[in-house]
Design a protein around this ligand. Sequence first.
Ligand code: SF4
Ligand code: SF4
Length: 361
Amino acid sequence: MRLFSEKAPSLLKRSLTPNRPYHAQWLLTRRCNYRCRSCSIWREKQNSEEISTEDVKRGLDVFRKLGVIEVVFSGGNPLLRDDIGEIIDYASRFFITTVYDNGSLAAKRIDALRNVDFVAISLDTLDKEKLDYIKGVPGAWENAIHAIDTLRKEGIPVVISPTISRLNQHEIVDFTKYFISQGIPVLYCLYSYDYQMENQLFGIGKRVDEFEHDDKVALARVCDELIELKTKRQGVFITAKALSALEEYFSSGRRTWRCEALRGFFIVDHLGRVAGCHLRKPTASILELADQWNSEGFEKLRREYSKCQKCTYLCYIVYSLHASILGNIDIIRDQWKNIGLLWSRNRRMTLAVDDMASTKC
Ligand code: SF4
Ligand code: SF4
């Protein structure tokens, strides 16, 4: 909270700068200790080659030069990197920072997480057996609950990040109500899989039938219910604009957004290569990004990406919808409100397991 409020004036000032990206996601490693059924990352040969700490910091300096506001560290599991604390400490001085964990490492790496704005723990369901099945490792649910409790006791802002798929879409509203009643915001992902593209930067989503969305009407209803919940309670950590766009997409198939890859957001991989999104080919190295950002080559790619409708990764939808200056301010306001929930006086320090059992669907 202290760091967020210290950064807020400069973030707001930066958000008024035209033609700069809002969001950068850095996939710091391909290594992962989980075996999620809908993920390609662990199925590929584990590659321990990674950009150095010093080059990550140089890359973060490039982000500042470009005017980036928010940085998300993911992977793989970024907490497997020994230098994650040093990276977070550096990044959190300038950006709104989020780091993802599958629930297995946050409790062990508390000191590395002291300065991050949000630790996002992937948790898809309150059903223990189902979560262990989805994550492909026994004990995943217990690890996640332990991580959440530990982070709260240590005063580190934690949010829950479920991936909405066929397996959990019917329980997502109750799941949200449960966590916001405990003072924990819920930040959504949407199950998606990669279309094969030539020289794609980073393979993530694997096509798995049992995860695929088969009931668009039900998904539209989930969006409606979350919109309504958001009007009454803090903690639905996605903008109303994004929920409305998703509702429209699920009910009519119409996309009300234009992809803003390489304009409103971009991705960096574990080797420091930059692409508009993880499905596109690398276009520059992070250290040359500032020189390339306004080039004709990048403009050409932006025109191409703006016509693309190949994916429904929720983060790309959100940052496309909010690519304007007013859109950026909308997201910062949403983040501020969720930070407020995390620090509200009535938050509980440990999850109420009895309430959890009664919420299970
Ligand atoms: S989804 Fe995340 S936690 Fe699961 S295997 Fe893939 S990288 Fe690891
Ligand atoms: S729609 Fe945008 S984010 Fe999705 S694959 Fe196309 S260029 Fe990438």
